[in-house]
Design a protein around this ligand. Structure first.
Ligand code: NCD
Length: 360
């Protein structure tokens, strides 16, 4: 008993030091044999990885259209099991991961709140996660606490049974797989006009607490000649860590509260909602900022190829009438999430090449 306790303490020793270091020193532990093993930060993705994920997602999308292709895909990983540990509300990320697993034949189990797990009895979240690792081969975690998925992966990598961990959203910090589906959507939408390279992208709304725009900003270093427009109310401006990152990588960004001047010049507008759940007193905060919304009148102002994106859920940011415009891509964007998450999981289990080159 005493020995067991000491072992547990050993496993957690060093976490604080690890957590507070620069990102560059952290990445190795989440890779094995030159491949990503855990997906925790957007900074883990380079251009060749992003390109290959987009191609793989398209291949899976095409295969899944036919019964023969779908059968092949679902036979690939039917000996694997995944746990979806989503203790923060989620609709799209949860359902798309669940279906991504099922496309590949992976069996799934889920916990959607700490009230139904032994955390109620006082078990630490880290011990709960270790328990999952005893039963499954992949853990996908969404948690309100920044760094939770990272800690999970770090802990498991120090045990005898490391299993891959995917971050499905870590508080207001990062949402790396959302950034993947955003890249896939941007690349697909700009397929006939040279892809994402060289494009001007506006990110609008709560840039301070919106993890999707934070993760997506990190990925911009992988593309050539990108210009970013950060359009936010003064209180929700993009945080310095992201701005410092962009400066370091020579990615031009402009900050403004004047959305009207940005609308006609950009190639993509990425709308976000006000993340009220992170407010100290949510009842005192409004999530309606009409100057930062898109309405049907804007459809005559934006460029003919300018796409409108949103990670969803939407509140007031985009008028419903905008949905029918071909440039409104947010419903396609959420579906893209399923394909690229299937691609990512296929890669983590090493069946990516088989799908790409052997399934014809
Ligand atoms: C986003 C999230 O959870 O961060 N939603 C999602 O995953 N599609 C955006 C949001 O909640 O505003």
């Amino acid at each position: 008993m005493v020995q067991q306790k000491e072992e547990t303490i050993q496993i957690y020793r060093g976490w604080d030091e690890f957590y507070h270091q620069e990102i560059g020193g952290k990445l190795d532990i989440f890779s094995k044999n030159g491949r990503l093993f855990d997906v925790i930060f957007a900074q883990q993705f380079d251009r060749s990885f992003l390109d290959s994920m987009c191609s793989l997602a398209s291949q899976i999308r095409l295969l899944a259209k036919t019964k023969t292709g779908a059968d092949k895909l679902s036979g690939l990983l039917n000996h694997k099991r995944a746990m979806l540990y989503f203790v923060q509300p989620s609709t799209r990320t949860f359902i798309s991961f669940l279906n991504a697993c099922h496309i590949l034949g992976i069996k799934t189990s889920e916990i959607r709140g700490t009230t139904t797990s032994s955390e109620v009895k006082g078990e630490s979240p880290e011990d709960t996660i270790r328990t999952f690792a005893s039963y499954v081969d992949l853990i996908i975690a969404r948690h309100p606490v920044e760094g939770f998925a990272e800690k999970t992966a770090w802990v498991l990598n120090r045990t005898e049974r490391p299993v891959s961990v995917i971050n499905g959203g870590s508080g207001p910090d990062q949402h790396p797989t959302q950034a993947l589906l955003d890249i896939y959507t941007l690349e697909r939408s700009f397929e006939h006009i040279g892809g994402l390279d060289g494009k001007k992208i506006a990110m609008v709304g709560d840039l301070k607490r919106g993890r999707t725009v934070r993760s997506l900003s990190y990925l911009m270093k992988n593309y050539r000649d990108i210009q970013l427009y950060f359009v936010a109310p003064e209180v929700f401006r993009m945080k310095d860590d992201i701005k410092d990152f962009l400066k370091k990588h020579d990615i031009p960004f402009f900050e403004t509260e004047d959305f009207a001047s940005v609308k006609p010049v950009v190639d993509a507008i990425y709308m976000t909602r006000i993340q009220k759940e992170y407010a100290e007193t949510p009842s005192k905060e409004t999530d309606v900022y009409p100057e930062f919304h898109i309405t049907r009148d804007d459809l005559g102002i934006i460029q003919s190829h300018c796409i409108i994106m949103h990670p969803l859920p939407r509140r007031y940011e985009i008028e419903i009438e905008v949905d029918n415009d071909p440039r409104a891509v947010y419903w396609r964007q959420e579906r893209n999430g399923m394909w690229i998450r299937a691609a990512l999981i296929a890669y983590l289990f090493g069946v990516d090449e088989e799908i790409m080159y052997e399934f014809r």
